[in-house]
Ligand binder design. Structure first.
Ligand SMILES: Cc1ncc(COP(=O)(O)O)c(C=O)c1O
Length: 426
């Protein structure tokens, strides 16, 4: 074990990691484009964009320059009672890009806090109106983050069991598929008719942590219509899907109906600095306007509106605006779709699916898909040995690479997945 790894073992507590059984964390000392370089010189292709964030790849010179220039002007400033040009620029651009009724941007630090803020906006909206409502609706398999509110609206299970008694009241409808779509809508209608629901939160088109599970835009349109009809506020959690992951700038751009609130993070800054945004309609914002301070959204964080993160986000939007980025997204999406077509009938896969730049294969284990399957560890080690950092979600192997990946690199990813699949045939 290297000196760096020894010290890591001595001092660091890693996320989502059982230190007793996990492999020694890879000591990464450098990164460039899609590649991560370990201390021993070995390189790894960052197939999941470092927790789905670094959409332009690592070490992007333009992002670095913009952040550096911002640092020289203004690094960080309290965001209550103060504003600054990059926060205003970012807000204006995001509102413009989202279109529709979105009018106000609230800043926080990451995906979980963007969701937390959205949940608080919804509860306080009803509170301020004098009709407090307790219940929320979410979809089975949901993941919205690891803070308490975000956990409350997430799938219950091993990840949050110790805290479950502290969660607020959430009903979960079944994940919509071809067979049950109508029943799920009927169930929603019944629940909403109680008048007790404050809001409905969902990951549009793809449930990420559940295993990159895709569902129909048409179903979501109907669900949003039902919510609107019953005066239930809707939150689109685009923390994972935003910024071209699903092929369009935002997944909600594939819908006819518009949610009331949208949460953004991950790719927002090109994945290089932490930042979360919760964007709301004017109608929601107006309910917080009053002579009494207590009607305001009394929420904030030390780093709310951090100027360096805002500069990174503006620079990332510049890069996304470049035709090269759109071309890259199209190329990846097309190559993924071709892989799906070619592998659809491969018996090793229970399912093969793609949505924009996300590709997932569900390995046939003969049992229910699960996060806690030994095949996950075997696959992870197999990929690492061959120089690919791919973190499967249980028996679901997926890739959502930085958009700067080359066609050759993408093909090498497909190859290594097929190589691993081939080991399962024996
Ligand atoms: C849809 C969704 N929402 C929220 C989060 C939480 O984001 P963060 O890890 O930045 O807190 C995630 C993280 O994976 C996510 O996929």
């Amino acid at each position: 074990m290297s000196a760096l790894s020894e010290k890591d073992k001595a001092f660091v507590w890693h996320p989502f990691t059982q230190a007793r059984t996990a492999l020694t964390p890879i000591p990464v000392v450098k990164a460039e484009g899609v590649w991560l370089y370990a201390e021993d010189g070995k390189r790894y292709l960052d197939a999941n964009s470092s927790w789905w964030t670094v959409i332009h790849g690592h070490g992007n010179a333009y992002l670095a320059k913009q952040v550096h220039e911002q640092f020289l002007k203004l690094d960080h400033v309290i965001f209550a009672g103060v504003t600054h040009p990059k926060a205003v620029e970012l807000s204006e651009r995001i509102i413009d890009l989202l279109g529709g009724n979105f009018k106000k941007v609230f800043f926080s630090d990451n995906g979980s806090t963007a969701v937390e803020v959205a949940l608080k906006m919804v509860y306080q909206y009803w509170f301020n109106l004098g009709h407090p409502k307790k219940r929320f609706l979410a979809i089975e398999g949901a993941y919205h983050g690891d803070t308490f509110g975000a956990m409350s609206v997430g799938q219950r299970g091993n990840f949050n069991q110790p805290f479950e008694h502290l969660f607020f009241e959430v009903d979960f409808v079944k994940f919509p598929n071809q067979a049950n779509q109508h029943n799920v809508l009927a169930e929603m209608e019944k629940l909403f008719a109680t008048g007790e629901f404050a809001g409905f939160i969902f990951e549009p088109l793809v449930q990420g942590a559940a295993g990159m599970r895709t569902y129909d835009a048409a179903w979501l349109n109907e669900a949003l219509k039902l919510a609107r009809k019953n005066r239930v506020l809707t939150i689109a959690d685009e923390v994972m899907t935003g910024f071209y992951r699903t092929g369009t700038l935002f997944a909600i751009h594939q819908l006819e109906q518009e949610p009331d609130i949208i949460c953004l993070s991950k790719g927002l800054t090109g994945g290089v600095l932490p930042l979360g945004l919760t964007v709301a309609t004017q109608q929601i914002y107006d309910v917080f306007l009053a002579d009494e301070t207590v009607k305001a959204l009394l929420h904030g964080h030390s780093f709310t509106g951090n100027a360096l993160a805002c500069a990174a986000a503006c620079a990332s939007l510049d890069l996304l605006n470049n035709p090269d980025a759109k071309h890259a997204v199209e190329t990846i999406s097309k190559m993924h779709a071709a892989f799906v077509k070619a592998q659809k009938n491969n018996p090793v896969f229970k399912d093969v699916r793609s949505c924009g730049t996300i590709l997932a294969v569900e390995l046939n284990t003969g049992t229910e898909s699960s996060y806690f399957t030994e095949i996950r560890d075997r696959a992870y080690a197999f990929f690492l040995e061959r120089g690919f950092l791919i973190r499967p979600l249980g028996n679901i192997v997926f890739v959502n690479p930085p958009y700067c990946i080359s066609e050759t690199e993408l093909k090498s990813l497909y190859r290594v997945i097929l190589d691993f699949a081939a080991t399962l045939k024996n």
